[in-house]
Design a protein around this ligand. Structure first.
Ligand SMILES: NC(=O)c1ccc[n+]([C@@H]2O[C@H](COP(=O)([O-])OP(=O)(O)OC[C@H]3O[C@@H](n4cnc5c(N)ncnc54)[C@H](OP(=O)(O)O)[C@@H]3O)[C@@H](O)[C@H]2O)c1
Length: 301
């Protein structure tokens, strides 16, 4: 690390993971530039020292993005079933466009969010394949790197609470016996601080998860417990889901790849990463039941 404090560019700062990283880095006093398409989507624009408006998928809008920057963090990616743009345009090419800008500006360190068990998952889900290819390009770039391979974050698990509240029933893929240790974006942000501050932690691929382990079924039960209702849980078989993904593939590639992503998680008995942090899913769910948004529920943990 250089003598003066590093300047950090966060891509994905308007999202759940990047928003948590922005909050923690700001609290630690780092100088931050955020890349965003719409400033209004930031958790708090005042946490940024500089806001760069640009589109990851349009390289002509990224010129100068990494000028004066020492470290780049990116969590940009698609988690919606919208047909366009595709994950290859955003998760893959969008992140490669940022990597190109970083190389051009002489950035020293690139931190990237991939997925837990990415190389295995890549055989089933193109979104994992796209992110693993970006991770490989970063490793081969010659810059210092940290690739994080997280399990599901709290924002993914929020779907259980939303279903319990809105539909009165939660649907699990398979029996829900596979285990995960969901992670708060703030705990993740603290892990990012460690790799920024300690050069010994550089050049690693690290699987990460939160401090508590649950089966998917236990998360559904927790959602009902938090809203004070008896659990009503139904199951969808993984093969039905696989069939649905195949049927959707010609019309909606993003839906196909995300369903395959969830199928992999449901079929894998252990989706836990190395435990980090201290924040609890139950507290996040309770914050959501007070009417807070996902970002607010997380910020308050
Ligand atoms: N959340 C999880 O459980 C989890 C677990 C493991 C890995 N991951 C990986 O991490 C990624 C980010 O997760 P997240 O929970 O932070 O997702 P998120 O809340 O949906 O945030 C996604 C970020 O990517 C940006 N983005 C999306 N589409 C874009 C586009 N077309 N052009 C430019 N920017 C675009 C968003 O910007 P806008 O605000 O402008 O849309 C936002 O900043 C995921 O895509 C996934 O691959 C997530």
């Amino acid at each position: 690390m250089s003598e003066k404090p590093p300047r950090i560019m966060i891509a994905g700062a308007t999202g759940y993971i990047g928003g948590g990283v922005l909050q923690v880095l700001h609290q630690k006093g780092f100088w931050i530039r955020a890349l965003c398409r719409d400033k209004g989507r930031l958790r708090n624009p005042d946490w940024c020292d500089d806001i760069f408006v640009g589109h990851a998928t349009r390289p002509e809008t990224l010129k100068g993005l990494c000028e004066g920057i020492d470290i780049v963090f990116s969590s940009i990616g698609i988690r919606s079933f919208k047909r366009k743009p595709t994950i290859w345009e955003v998760d893959y090419q969008g992140n490669l466009n940022i990597l190109q800008e970083a190389k051009h500006a002489g950035v020293k360190h690139f931190i990237f969010v991939s997925v837990l068990r990415g190389s295995e998952m890549a055989r089933l889900s193109p979104v994992a394949a796209a992110r693993e290819r970006v991770a490989q390009a970063i490793i081969e770039s010659g810059m210092d790197y940290n690739i994080f391979a997280p399990t599901g974050f709290f924002n993914d698990e929020q779907v259980f609470l939303a279903e319990a509240q809105q539909k009165g029933v939660v649907r699990l893929i398979g029996e829900g016996s596979g285990v995960i240790n969901p992670l708060s974006a703030l705990d993740f942000g603290e892990e990012v601080v460690k790799v920024i501050e300690d050069p010994e932690l550089r050049n690693q691929v690290k699987p990460v998860g939160g401090c508590e382990k649950f089966s998917h079924r236990q998360i559904a039960e927790l959602a009902f417990q938090v809203i004070g209702k008896e659990p009503r849980i139904k199951t969808i078989s993984a093969w039905r889901l696989a069939l649905l993904a195949l049927l959707l593939r010609p019309f909606n590639y993003n839906a196909y790849t995300l369903i395959k992503f969830f199928e992999f998680i449901a079929r894998t008995p252990d989706m836990t990463g190395e435990p980090i942090g201290r924040r609890r899913l139950e507290d996040f769910f309770r914050n959501l039941t007070k009417g807070l948004s996902i970002a607010e529920a997380d910020s308050a943990l």
